[in-house]
Design a protein around this ligand. Structure first.
Ligand code: C5P
Length: 224
């Protein structure tokens, strides 16, 4: 029989970018293929979990056996994440846009001789921090991602504390790595050390495919 270490667990995963509309034809977005989040969804499903995947716009097929909620903006993503609770494990792999335009244009903005349209930005909700800090429905294990181009471990440690999650998967996404849109990833798993309060353990993994990272993460979750 196939081992199903996550049988009976409900797992929520966010993936992909979000699109924040400027007007009916334009948007602000982060670069994200969604591949890592989709691979985690597939690996968790294969491990026997009930999986809900909340995905921004991506060019990927829905993983088999996974409930997929397709969203556009960060606010829609937060709504669908909240609707999926309670879950046992929540993994936030989406590259959420930090800002959105304060008031979306009802019509396409036109070029005029008056110059550029002023775009007023407002901050989007931080989905990972919101869920990590929940009082009632906080999932027992909350995992965030930290994609950084410099000072990877220090930035990831600060992020773990600031967001209030339990683990951070840190990865170097500087252009030379080819991680963005690519099939491989080099990650470090940071976790709060429950014995030594405030201590953060760093586990550095060798370069792997995004599928292997997903399988390894699921193995760590099953052991936690
Ligand atoms: O702050 P930063 O975007 O680098 O944090 C990355 C982590 O936070 C990822 O897990 C990402 O999915 C999550 N995040 C989020 N909502 C935001 C911004 C980031 O869930 N608005």
């Amino acid at each position: 029989p196939v081992p199903r270490p996550l049988a009976g667990k409900r797992v929520l995963i966010t993936a992909g970018p979000t699109h924040e509309p400027i007007d009916p034809v334009r948007y602000i977005a982060n670069r994200s293929s969604g591949k890592q989040g989709f691979a985690i969804a597939a690996a968790a499903q294969a491990a026997g979990a009930e999986v809900i995947l909340v995905s921004g716009p991506v060019d990927l097929d829905d993983p088999a056996g996974v409930t997929v909620r397709h969203v556009e903006s960060a606010r829609h993503m937060l709504e669908q994440v909240e609707a999926a609770l309670p879950v046992d494990i929540a993994i936030f792999a989406a590259a959420v846009a930090d800002w959105r335009v304060a008031s979306e244009g009802a019509q396409k903005l036109k070029k005029t001789s008056a110059g550029m349209p002023p775009l007023q930005l407002v901050e989007n909700p931080d989905i990972l921090a919101t869920i990590s800090k929940m009082k009632d429905k906080r999932p027992p294990l909350v995992i965030g991602f930290a994609a950084e181009t410099e000072h990877l471990i220090d930035n990831a440690k600060a992020k773990l504390k600031r967001k209030g999650c339990d683990w951070i998967v840190a990865n170097d996404v500087s252009p030379a790595t080819g991680v963005m849109g690519g099939d491989r990833n080099t990650v470090h798993l940071l976790s709060k050390n429950s014995e030594k309060d405030g201590d953060i353990a760093v586990d550095s993994w060798p370069v792997m495919t995004k599928e292997q990272v997903a399988t390894e993460l699921v193995t760590h979750i099953a052991k936690s």
